[in-house]
Design a protein around this ligand. Structure first.
Ligand code: HEM
Length: 79
């Protein structure tokens, strides 16, 4: 089954992540924003840097959460 933004990806973001990132203009809860590869890739990069820099101070995403996000992208950004 293809990875879905609403079912699989949105629940990975905490309310505090969504709220804090609205200020800098990173709309984590918006499918329209996140389904643009020019936005999804920097979000992925923020989660997977060495060390990751989002969310600041952690807890950082697990490998399985990262892989789910990557599969959502490679599945073609399904809603
Ligand atoms: C393109 C991707 C992102 C950019 C450019 C970005 C940028 C920023 C900036 C500039 C801040 C405020 C300054 C700071 O505390 O460092 C911030 C804070 C924050 N970001 Fe992000 N962020 C991104 C993605 C994310 C993601 C994916 C998450 C969560 C999964 C996240 C969670 C947070 C949280 C929780 C804060 C507030 C931290 C605090 O005030 O204690 N951000 N982000």
């Amino acid at each position: 089954m293809a990875v879905s933004f609403a079912r699989d990806i949105l629940p990975l973001f905490r309310a505090i992540d969504i709220a804090h990132m609205k200020g800098p203009g990173v709309l984590l809860d918006s499918y329209a924003y996140m389904s643009d590869p020019a936005n999804a890739q920097p979000v992925l990069d923020s989660l997977t840097g060495a060390p990751p820099h989002m969310p600041p101070g952690g807890p950082y995403w697990s490998q399985s959460q990262i892989e789910l996000f990557e599969k959502w992208m490679s599945d073609g950004y399904q809603p």
